[in-house]
Design a protein. Structure first.
Length: 217
């Protein structure tokens, strides 16, 4: 059973997501929050597998709540999905940098919502190749990011190759085919890179790939 919490300041939005998620046999909604402060408290109380987080909420917003949750070692297992009205909301990218596993628009189809929760609950990032490309495009036009190749010194040459392909949005299977590896070996490289680079999930690896100059538009 995947335990899910929802943070959104709109009651009807929360009710809609609760209804859609509770309709699945393998998903259980364990709590709701109406602002970022409540979301952090809810995360600490319930430690859900997945927390759906709106960004624009009164008081403590979702972005600050994400920072607090990802900074808490006791909440390392909590995966965060950003809820947004606009797919290219500027705050989405900051949320990904802060540790969110991906994002969903609020008009998401019911089955896509449940599929996304299952995907992230299983430890994957909610970034399809097309979404990854838009994320990288956004980083490319942001002036405040400076490439930091020194950060890659902890990686082997093969791991750098894998990271570059993660940055392109390739799956483990696609990486394996590109580098003539087994899918299991590709998955192992990705897992080791997350440990070495302190990344919570694949979404942050995409961010790092661009920040270090390894991934390019």
């Amino acid at each position: 059973m995947i335990r899910v919490a929802i943070a959104d300041d709109q009651v009807l939005v929360r009710a809609g997501f609760v209804s859609l998620l509770d309709a699945a046999d393998d998903i259980s909604v364990v709590g709701e929050a109406s602002d970022g402060e409540e979301a952090v408290e809810l995360a600490r109380r319930e430690v859900p597998d997945v927390l759906l987080m709106d960004i624009r909420m009164p008081g403590v917003d979702g972005l600050e709540a994400i920072r607090r949750i990802t900074a808490d070692a006791a909440l390392e297992a909590v995966k965060l999905i950003v809820l947004t009205t606009y797919e290219l909301d500027e705050y989405v990218f900051e949320a990904l940098r802060s540790g969110a596993s991906g994002f969903l628009t609020k008009d998401v189809d019911p089955e896509d919502l449940r599929g996304a929760v299952r995907l992230v609950g299983d430890g994957n990032a909610l970034l399809t190749p097309s979404v990854t490309r838009r994320v990288i495009d956004a980083f490319a036009t942001a002036p405040q990011r400076t490439p930091d190749p020194a950060r890659l010194s902890v990686l082997s040459e093969r791991e750098r190759e894998v990271l570059a392909l993660v940055g392109e949005g390739l799956s483990n299977q696609e990486i394996a085919e590109r580098l003539y590896l087994s899918p299991l070996t590709a998955k192992t490289h990705v897992s080791r890179m997350m440990q070495k680079l302190g990344a919570r999930d694949r979404a942050q690896l995409v961010v790092i790939a661009f920040q270090t100059g390894l991934a390019r538009v």
